[in-house]
Design a protein around this ligand. Structure first.
Ligand code: SF4
Length: 243
């Protein structure tokens, strides 16, 4: 029987999760519980749409010309897409047969042999590093940082194009020494083509309320421009391309 995935939604013309125009698939399920998550509605498998690999592939290939023309492709995100790595492996195999660019947007927390197989068919990884210190990481996500750091190392070893993402959240992960440790850790990884510093925003707050979850950042404001620049400079000083 064909594998089915639990999907939250799709975006047919995404422009922020990788290069070009992208077919973006939001998968359900995530082992983390980030305090600033703007997609808490993806955490559980509730209210998911179930879809098979062939169904999803025949949908996304309708956009193949847009992707090709714009230098785009598909991006799997979530939630944590690699919770459903078996499905993604089959999907990416089909994409690579048709020269469709494949990207994964991940926290790197799910890291196992199946995920390593998926990476063989992956052109780009958007790896979100939320903090370096294990205690700090745990206070933000509820889990350990080890897998994320090992994941980053593996991407370097396999020379898989990677964009590092750092969501900068005042009062949560605004310890500049900790950010420097992230920069130190990745500075020699030649596979990293850019670092994206993403300022915290509150656009997902209403979802926490709808789900009756306790949103702890009600009083936290987006970061100041000067602090965003300071974070960017930490990575720039390690000779990294920062956007
Ligand atoms: S990893 Fe992403 S989807 Fe999961 S809780 Fe954190 S921000 Fe939300």
């Amino acid at each position: 029987m064909e594998i089915k995935a639990k999907i939250h939604s799709v975006e047919t013309c995404g422009t922020v999760d990788g290069p070009g125009i992208r077919y973006v698939i939001f998968f359900k399920g995530c082992p983390l519980r980030c305090v600033y998550c703007h997609n808490p509605d993806t955490w559980s498998g509730n209210n998911a749409t179930e879809v098979s690999v062939s169904e999803l592939f025949s949908e996304l290939r309708k956009y193949k010309e847009f992707m090709r023309f714009s230098g785009g492709g598909i991006t799997v995100t979530g939630g944590e897409p690699l919770v459903q790595s078996e499905f993604i492996l089959e999907l990416f195999k089909l994409c690579k047969k048709e020269n469709i660019h494949t990207a994964i947007d991940t926290s790197g927390n799910v890291f196992n042999e199946k995920v390593k197989s998926v990476l063989e068919y992956t052109d780009l990884v958007l790896l979100d590093i939320k903090a370096f210190d294990d205690e700090l990481f745990k206070s933000i996500t509820g889990k350990n940082v080890r897998n994320t750091l090992d994941f980053a190392k593996w991407l370097n070893k396999k020379d898989i194009d990677t964009w590092i993402r750092f969501v900068f959240v005042p009062t949560v992960n605004d310890d500049f020494d900790d950010i420097l440790k992230i920069a130190e850790y990745i500075k020699d990884f030649k596979n990293i083509s850019r670092v994206e510093v993403l300022p915290f925003h509150k656009m997902g707050e209403y979802k926490w309320e709808e789900l009756k979850l306790d949103y702890k950042l009600k009083k936290v404001l987006p970061p100041l421009e000067k602090d965003i620049e300071k974070v960017k400079n930490i990575f720039r000083e390690k000779n990294m391309v920062v956007v």
